[in-house]
Design a protein around this ligand. Sequence first.
Ligand code: ADP
Ligand code: MG
Length: 247
Amino acid sequence: MASILAIANQKGGVGKTTTATTLAHAFGLAGRTVLLADIDPQANATSGLGANAVDTSPAFTPTADGSIIQTSWQGVSCIPAGRDLEHWATQRGLAATSLRDNLERLQAGRFDVVLIDCPPSLGPLTQNALAAAAAVVVPIQCEYYPLEGLVQLLAAVRQAAQRNPRLCVGGILLTMFDPDADLGREVETEVRSKLDEPVFESVIPRDSAVAEAPSHCLSVIQYAPRSRGARAYVALAAEIVNRGLIG
Ligand code: ADP
Ligand code: MG
C-alpha cells in the first residue's frame, strides 16, 4: 500500500507545489516509486515536471484516458492536472471520496508514495485530498504570521479525520525562511511554541535556486544539488521517512 501524503494550505504561494515536486524527486532519487497527483487547476506541478495539463483530470473522472504519465524524473510518475478541475473546484456535489476511489482505480497502491499537490483553498478538491491521505504536510511561509490560517486548516483536518480516521498532521513545514530576518525567527518561535501539531525540524530557506529550478523543468535537487534549498529538501525527505510518514 502506498503512503499517501497531501501537501495542503489554503493560502497560495507558500511552497506547496515546490514541496510536492521536490519531495517527489528526493524520494524518487532514493529509489522509491512516486506518484504525484496534481489537483490544482493551475497545474504548476504538472508543468514543473515537464508534463502537460489534460482536459479531463484522471484524478476525478473515471472515464479519462491517458491517466498516469511517466516523467523524466527518476522514479516519478504524475497524474496531470485537468482543465476540468476548475469545474470540480466549485462543485459542492463532488463526492469527498472521488479522488480516493480514482486513486484505487488507477492502482496508485503499486507506488511506494503518493503525493497530492492541493490548490490554495479548503474547497472540494482539498477535501478530497484529506479524504484520501494518511498525512498532511502543511508548508507555511515564514514571512507573515500564519497562525490564523493554520487554525482554520487544522480544524478542516480534524473534521476530515472523523470520516478518514487514519488521517494525521504529518508536520508543519517552515518554508522561505530567511535567517537574517527577525520576522522569520519570530514566526518559527511562535509556530513551534503555540501549536500542538508536529513541526518539522527541517526548515526550507529562501533560496533563488529553488525558485529558478521549475523554469528548467528540474527540481532544485538536480538544478543546484549543493544549494541550501536542495540540501534542506533532502533532509526533509529523510525526516519524513524517519518519522514513519512513509514506509
Ligand atoms: P504554492 O504551491 O503554495 O502556491 P509554490 O511552491 O508555487 O507555492 O511557491 C510560490 C513561489 O515561491 C514560486 O514562484 C516558487 O518558485 C517560489 N518558492 C517556493 N519555495 C521557495 C524557496 N524556498 N525559496 C525561494 N523561492 C521559493
Ligand atoms: Mg501550487
